[in-house]
Design a protein around this ligand. Structure first.
Ligand SMILES: Cc1cc2nc3c(=O)[nH]c(=O)nc-3n(C[C@H](O)[C@H](O)[C@H](O)COP(=O)(O)OP(=O)(O)OC[C@H]3O[C@@H](n4cnc5c(N)ncnc54)[C@H](O)[C@@H]3O)c2cc1C
Length: 395
C-alpha cells in the first residue's frame, strides 16, 4: 500500500493515523514533543467537550473561514458525524453523555484514559511513533523527503500535516510550521487568536468591584451578530463563551465593540413599568427592582441617568469598546492557517501532490462547544482517506 507519514499528534493527526493504519498503510507519526496529545489533555481539564448534540443542520453552520465553500463542512461532518465520534469513543471503552447545554463529554470528564487507549490501539495496529521530531523542512517529490531538527530525515510516499494552530504553544502547536510551508510556496493566512478574551481599559474605580464577576443571562451583540451566554469580567477586559462566539465578527471591525443587553427578557417599556414612578436615584431603585447583579450595577454606574427611560435604554444596550484580542498564546484556538484555495476536496495541497493537511492548521474556525474537536476529527478522517486514494493510484 505504501508509506504515510503523519506530522503532529493532536486529535487530527491521531485520527488520520487510525484510518491510514487500519487500511494497511505503513504509518509513522512524528511529533516535536516527547509525547502526543498535549492540547487534547489540556482540553480534558475542562471535561473534554468532544462534540455537540445539536441537530446536524445547525451543527454544520458553526464553521467559517475565508474562501471556505458553504457546503464543505456539511459534507465533511456528514462523513464523520457527532454520533460517529461518540461511537468511536465508546469503541475505546469511553462512554459519553450529552449535558443540558448540548455539549458532549466523556462520562469521566477526563481526556487521559481516552488518549491512553487510543495511542495503545494505534501501536497495536502498527503505527510507529517518533517523538522529539520537529519538522524543519519538506522536499516535495517522489518520494517526499522530510527533515527534522538535529539532522534526522525520513522518506515517505504521502504526508499528512496536522501541526495545529498557534494557541497554547507550550503544548507543541506553536505555529512554527508556517515558515516551513511558506518556503515551499504554500499560502498561509497569519494565525490569529480565536475563542479568546478581549481587552477593555476599565476605570480604576470599578475594577476592584467587577474583577472575577460573571454576567449571566445576557445577550451580547457585535454589530448584527448575537451571542447568548456568559461573560466573565477580568482585570484586563472580558472572557467567556459570549465573547468567544463573536470573535470572528469583532476581528473584522476597525473599532471593535460589543453591546450588552442585561435584561433580554424585558423590553424597555416592561422595565420602566416595573420601576414605578421614582423622581430620582433611578439606578439605586432599579438595582433591586430589575434584579441587577453587582457587576451589571457597577458597569451601569459609570454614567448618570437623567430619566428612567435613559437608564432602561442603557440596560438594553450597554456598549463596551474593545481595544484588542488577548494574545494568541492564551486563546482556546486560532484562526488563520493554510488557505482553502491551496487545498483540494481531499485536503491535499494542490501544488504539492502527496501532501495533505488536517485540523486547526487549516484556515477555519468554530466556537467552543465541541465543534473544534469534531472539526479536527473530521478533517483528519478526510485527509487520511485522501492520502490512501493518492497511494492507490500507484498500486
Ligand atoms: C485550554 C483549551 C481547552 C480546549 N478545550 C476544547 C474542548 O473542550 N473541546 C474542543 O472541541 N476543543 C477544545 N480545545 C481546542 C482543541 O484542543 C484544538 O482545536 C485541537 O487540539 C486541535 O487539534 P489538532 O490536531 O489540529 O492540533 P493540536 O492538538 O494542536 O496538535 C498539533 C501537534 O503538532 C505538533 N507539532 C506542531 N509543530 C510541529 C513541528 N514543527 N514538528 C513536529 N510536530 C509539531 C504539536 O507538538 C502537537 O502535538 C481546547 C483548546 C485549549 C487550548
Amino acid at each position: 500500500m505504501g508509506r504515510i507519514s503523519i506530522i503532529g499528534g493532536g486529535p487530527a493527526g491521531l485520527r488520520a493515523a487510525e484510518i491510514a493504519s487500519a487500511a494497511g498503510a505503513e504509518v509513522t507519526l512524528f511529533d516535536a514533543k516527547p509525547s502526543v496529545g498535549r492540547k487534547f489533555l489540556i482540553a480534558g481539564k475542562g471535561g473534554l467537550n468532544l462534540t455537540h448534540g445539536e441537530d446536524l443542520a445547525s451543527f454544520v453552520t458553526r464553521y467559517r473561514g475565508p474562501d471556505l465553500a458553504n457546503d464543505f463542512f456539511q459534507k465533511l461532518i456528514g462523513e464523520f458525524t457527532p454520533q460517529d465520534l461518540r461511537a468511536w469513543a465508546a469503541d475505546l471503552g469511553v462512554e459519553t453523555f450529552q449535558a443540558s447545554s448540548g455539549r458532549v463529554y466523556p462520562k469521566a470528564l477526563k481526556a487521559a484514559p481516552l488518549l491512553r487507549r487510543w495511542v495503545g490501539r494505534l501501536k497495536e495496529n502498527g503505527t510507529r511513533f517518533e517523538m522529539n521530531h520537529r519538522l524543519a523542512r519538506i522536499q516535495p517529490g517522489s518520494p517526499i523527503r522530510l527533515e527534522f531538527g538535529q539532522g534526522a530525515s525520513h522518506e515517505t510516499d504521502a504526508v499528512i500535516l496536522a501541526l495545529g494552530g498557534g494557541s497554547w504553544p507550550n503544548t507543541g502547536s506553536d505555529g512554527s510550521w508556517t515558515e516551513v510551508l511558506t518556503k515551499i510556496g504554500v499560502q498561509i493566512h497569519p494565525l490569529q487568536p480565536a475563542n479568546c478574551g478581549w481587552e477593555h481599559a476599565w476605570p480604576d474605580e470599578i475594577v476592584e468591584v467587577i474583577e472575577g464577576q460573571p454576567l449571566k443571562n445576557i445577550h451580547v451583540r457585535a454589530r448584527n451578530q448575537l451571542a447568548i451566554g456568559e461573560l466573565m469580567l477580568t482585570r484586563y477586559g472580558l472572557e467567556g463563551g459570549a465573547i468567544y462566539q463573536l470573535g470572528h465578527e469583532l476581528r473584522s471591525q476597525a473599532h471593535p465593540a460589543i453591546a450588552i443587553d442585561f435584561k433580554p427578557t424585558f423590553d424597555e417599556a416592561g422595565l420602566i413599568s416595573k420601576l414605578g414612578n421614582p423622581r430620582k436615584d433611578f439606578l439605586k431603585i432599579a438595582r433591586s427592582a430589575w434584579k441587577l447583579s453587582d457587576a451589571a450595577h457597577a458597569l451601569l454606574s459609570q454614567k448618570d441617568y437623567p430619566s428612567i427611560e435613559s437608564l432602561a435604554r442603557e440596560v438594553k444596550h450597554h456598549v463596551i469598546p474593545l481595544t484588542c484580542p488577548r494574545p494568541i498564546e492564551e486563546a482556546i484556538s486560532s484562526a488563520g492557517g493554510i488557505g482553502w484555495s491551496e487545498l483540494n476536496e481531499d485536503l491535499m495541497l494542490k501544488k504539492l501532490p502527496g501532501l495533505f493537511a488536517a485540523g486547526e492548521m487549516i484556515d477555519w474556525e468554530a466556537p467552543t462547544g465541541g465543534y473544534l474537536m469534531q472539526g479536527c476529527f473530521a478533517t483528519g478522517t478526510r485527509a487520511a482517506h485522501g492520502a490512501l486514494a493518492f497511494l492507490r493510484q500507484f498500486d
